[in-house]
Design a protein around this ligand. Structure first.
Ligand SMILES: [Zn+2]
Length: 321
């Protein structure tokens, strides 16, 4: 079966270099995975949880996020349809199981890299949206952790890994392929939709807004963005997203200052101007709750004791070239 998937992947890659659809596993009603070519060296695999970026070339393969555990064999087959070189690195943008579930299978012969706190969540388990998530299997827990900007030079590409914690979770990282000018931003951003903020894992909207402002300053005006879910986007999409975050935050903070409860805000349809951003995953009412929760009270700020450039700051400026 793996061979068949592999073969169809290879054929589709040849037949349609920009976009290919793989067959779903036999006897399964799981949706088929798709492969999109972003550049000659970078592909995105969709349909196995979060979006998976694959950097390939003569030096080997680097993968950003690994999808769900249930689809890991399909993801592996899809990667093998892109390149037969060794998978050398798997980088996790954050700990959620739709981004790390395939770690053990996909990084079997390579290294897993994550933020220090992402490793902590995977080791301990946590709660996502009220649902307990058990600790990850030992083989799925990254052995390399970082808290500072780190670079990997592979396939003629500078792979810049930037910790930007505190927006979606406290272990968020983005991965910038500098020469290709493409960045995987994990779940910090989704095009034209309200984001899922995992406050139980240290996420907050004020910090997300700051992190995205810093990220925008570090990227070029024509950088292409791979969101954690959904289609590719652009800096224009990121700007729209930041405007939405600032506007909806102001609406909720002002309503709270007028003495309105969350229930009143919902009844008054406070986010009506942004109703097109609601999705099955995050409704306007739910986003009001998150906005209220994470804009109230003291917001986590970088400690004054920490040096400039530590993990609680925005990313440094992009390198030259
Ligand atoms: Zn997530």
């Amino acid at each position: 079966m793996i061979r068949e998937v592999l073969l169809s992947a290879a054929i589709l890659m040849l037949a349609s270099p920009a976009f290919g659809q793989l067959t779903a596993p036999e006897g399964s009603d799981a949706p088929a995975l798709t492969i999109e070519m972003v550049t000659e060296k970078i592909h995105v695999i969709r349909g196995a949880g979060g979006n998976i970026a694959v950097l390939s070339g003569d030096d080997g393969v680097l993968v950003v996020d690994s999808g769900t555990a249930a689809r890991s064999s399909d993801v592996l087959a899809a990667i093998r349809g892109i390149s037969d070189k060794p998978i050398r690195y798997v980088v996790n943008t954050h700990w959620h199981p739709d981004h790390t579930g395939g770690n053990a299978a996909i990084a079997a012969g390579g290294a897993m890299i994550a933020h220090d706190r992402t490793r902590g969540w995977l080791k301990r388990g946590g709660i996502i949206d009220g649902t307990p998530v058990p600790p990850a299997a030992p083989a799925a827990i990254p052995e390399f952790t970082i808290k500072f900007e780190t670079r990997i030079y592979l396939n003629g590409e500078t792979v810049q890994i930037l910790p930007v914690p505190g927006g979606h979770t406290d272990g968020d990282m983005v991965v910038y392929f500098v020469e290709s000018n493409v960045v995987h931003v994990g779940d910090m951003f989704v095009a034209d939709q309200f984001p899922l903020i995992d406050a139980d894992s240290g996420g907050s909207i004020p910090q997300l807004t700051r992190n995205l402002d810093g990220l925008r300053a570090a990227l070029r005006s024509d950088t292409r963005l791979i969101p954690g879910h959904g289609p590719l986007s652009s800096i224009e999409g990121l700007v729209r997203f930041s405007v939405m975050l600032e506007s909806t935050s102001a609406l909720v903070v002002n309503a709270r200052n007028r003495g309105e409860s969350v229930e009143t805000m919902k009844q008054n349809k406070l986010l009506e101007p942004w109703s097109s951003w609601a999705s099955d995953l995050v409704s306007a009412d739910r986003f009001i709750e998150v906005l209220d929760k994470t804009t109230a009270g003291p917001v986590r700020k970088p400690s004054s004791k920490k040096q400039k450039g530590t993990d609680a700051t925005v990313p440094p400026a992009r390198p030259k070239g």
